[in-house]
Design a protein around this ligand. Sequence first.
Ligand SMILES: Cc1ncc(COP(=O)(O)O)c(C=O)c1O
Length: 415
Amino acid sequence: MTPTDRATFNRIVRDEMAGLPMENHDAALGMPLTVVGFGADEVLAAMECLLTTRVTMGAEVRAFEAEWAAWCGRSQGVMVNSGSSANLLALDGLVELGRMKRGDEVLVPAVGWSTTLFPIVQAGLVPVVVDVNTSSLCMDPAAARAARTSRTRAAMPVHLLGQAADLSGYDDLIVLEDACAAHGATSAGRRIGSLGGAATFSFFFSHHITTVEGGIIVTDDAELADAMRSLRAHGWVRERTDRADWIARYPEIDARFLFVSAGYNLRPTDMAGAFGRIQLKRLDAWVQRRRENHAAWCAMLADIPGITVFPELPGTEHAGFAFAILVDPAVWSGGRRPLMAKLEAVGIETRPISGSNLVRQPAFQRLVDQGADIRIPGPLTVADQVHEHGFFVGNSHAFGLQHGARLAERIRQAR
Ligand SMILES: Cc1ncc(COP(=O)(O)O)c(C=O)c1O
């Protein structure tokens, strides 16, 4: 392509995508779960990869890994194809290094995402399912403390829907933060993702920023990062920083196909890396808008009878992934479902609060039936409330005060 052709090409893409990413969404149109958060810059960056045919994991991914890790205040980033893969890879990496062994226990909240809990079983570890608390809907440290045994080696708190979980009490454990839906949340002035031994993020289409599909693990643990780089890509040695040592140790095996761990293929594409680098530049402003929405909407809904919302906790900054609501069935006859239906009817999309009480999901029962070693040491009272009476609506960088006002108005009308 000549420079002139290229300029024309770029202009066509920009015209085609004019107005994207959408920065302001009309509240009268409702509240979709996701407002498209990418535009011509991301598409052109991805096209550059396609046009140069450098499409598989390469320079863009490496650059994004470094930029994302720095943004989190960490030294290492390992990008993968989803947040779910990030959870699996982090756990497997810890097992691979012998930091945890099969049968060790991992504290995990009952309310989180399916692929927070399932990878613990897949890695041969034992989930110890702990209740959440009523203030944050995140893992309750007191319940977690009561659940511990001599086999407990790790905690995997979830920063649920953008609220930073309380990580106190896990100092002697390996802490793997599931920050897949909490980009930009902080606790005591520190960005989540920098608090535990490692943290995972998702860049799925509906998250704070997106690489279409994608995820990353951040850590300061260079050994863990190396283990994950092998496990991410077939188990081979190529992306490890200590590859020279391995290659020297196995001179009879062609270094190009030298496999040092029993790995997967969880690699991202370079288009995803290119997307992420542009999205990251947008993130701070977008998180700020989500946080302001969250605070304002909490205030707007606070006095509606039978409705509980979850304001940002002192000492934390909420990342406003989605807006959680609990419905009191004593006040709302029929519970949450008629309200959710009325909101959906006016374009306000709703969902349960993530996987809600995960032990009540059929997949959990299936694991138990298959003989998986899982412990539920105490009652899951709050998780049950969430399961039966909770739902969320979307938050977005493209929403504002008027979305909260309309949400409050529609909920009042629904009674
Ligand atoms: C807390 C949590 N963990 C893990 C995931 C999985 O991320 P992905 O959809 O990228 O696999 C999600 C997805 O929303 C999530 O909310």
